[in-house]
Design a protein around this ligand. Structure first.
Ligand code: NDP
Ligand code: 8X3
Length: 251
């Protein structure tokens, strides 16, 4: 197979699991993130499967860096680019709205909303030229519900939910599918980042129940991506069986 999938945030968690899943299924990859060492390691490992892997190290918050990185892709890659997985994102902090740290808010807004927009704006012309494509936006249960001290993170993921709907409308005439994926609790580096390196608090998030892992989301995304061309799955909420809403768990 010659098809390429472009994954943001492939250095960890859900994005890394997507890279592994699509590689196993024979897709070529463009893997991206800010940690070059991890990208190089992943590239070395997945190339062994006989697929092609391009690694691009950039920060999605920097439009010029996004554009410069994508401009380095050869036509061999862009002409076969079919899938974009807008996965890079993060929560930082868990405070009431009045106690929130403005720098945390800006990191979340700049990454989860503006970064997703910058990457989409850069990749969509390639998909349009190829006359076909599939964009996966990794939203969250936090884009469907709001929970205590989730304020700005929930706001960014509600924005992703709205942007998925908007993209679907604006791209329907170009055979570009848009799927919003809204996971509940997935054990990745997400909570370590949210709690600013406090491993104990991160571990407590997943204690007492069986959380999802990155592979669960990657398998689902692959299932959605492998439906026939005339079928689109628009929106999926995926939870651990022990989770009933953003805050209700069987622990
Ligand atoms: P991880 O922290 O494990 O992975 C996050 C990825 O995003 C990393 O690869 C990181 O790469 C990348 N990233 C973060 N900021 C930037 C940036 N500025 N520029 C480029 N890449 C960036 O978390 P998850 O895998 O859990 O998170 C993936 C997505 O899933 C996020 O959008 C998150 O909001 C969403 N999500 C997660 C859930 C969970 O419970 N884990 C549930 C619902 C949604 P690097 O640091 O190398 O740049
Ligand atoms: C991550 C899941 O519930 O912490 O998006 O918001 S949650």
């Amino acid at each position: 197979m010659d098809k390429y999938v472009f994954i943001t945030g492939a250095t960890s968690g859900i994005g890394e699991a997507c890279a592994r899943k699509f590689a196993q299924e024979g897709y070529n990859l463009v893997v991206t993130g800010r940690r070059q060492e991890r990208l190089s390691k992943l590239k070395d490992e997945l190339t062994q499967l006989g697929i092609k892997v391009v690694d691009l190290c950039f920060d999605v918050r920097n439009l010029e860096a996004v554009e410069a990185a994508v401009a380095t892709l050869s036509p061999d890659v862009t002409n076969q680019l079919e899938i974009l997985i807008n996965n890079a994102g993060l929560a930082v902090g868990r405070d009431t709205i009045d106690q929130g740290v403005v720098d945390d808010w800006e990191r979340m807004i700049d990454t989860n909303i503006k970064g997703l927009l910058y990457v989409s704006k850069t990749i969509i012309p390639i998909l349009k030229q190829n006359k076909k494509g599939h964009i996966f936006n990794i939203g969250s249960i936090a884009g469907k519900e709001v929970y205590p001290m989730g304020n700005v993170y929930c706001g960014t993921k509600h924005a992703v939910d709205a942007l998925s709907k908007a993209m679907r409308i604006d791209l329907v005439n170009h055979q570009i599918k848009v799927t919003n994926i809204a996971p509940g609790a997935v054990e990745t580096e997400f909570s370590v980042v949210r709690f600013k390196g406090n491993q104990e608090m991160a571990d407590a998030t997943y204690k007492g129940f069986d959380p999802l892992v990155g592979k669960d989301i990657a398998d689902t995304i692959y299932f959605v991506a492998s439906r026939p061309q005339h079928v689109t799955i628009n929106d999926l909420v995926i939870m651990p069986t022990a989770q009933a809403s953003a805050v209700v768990f069987n622990k």
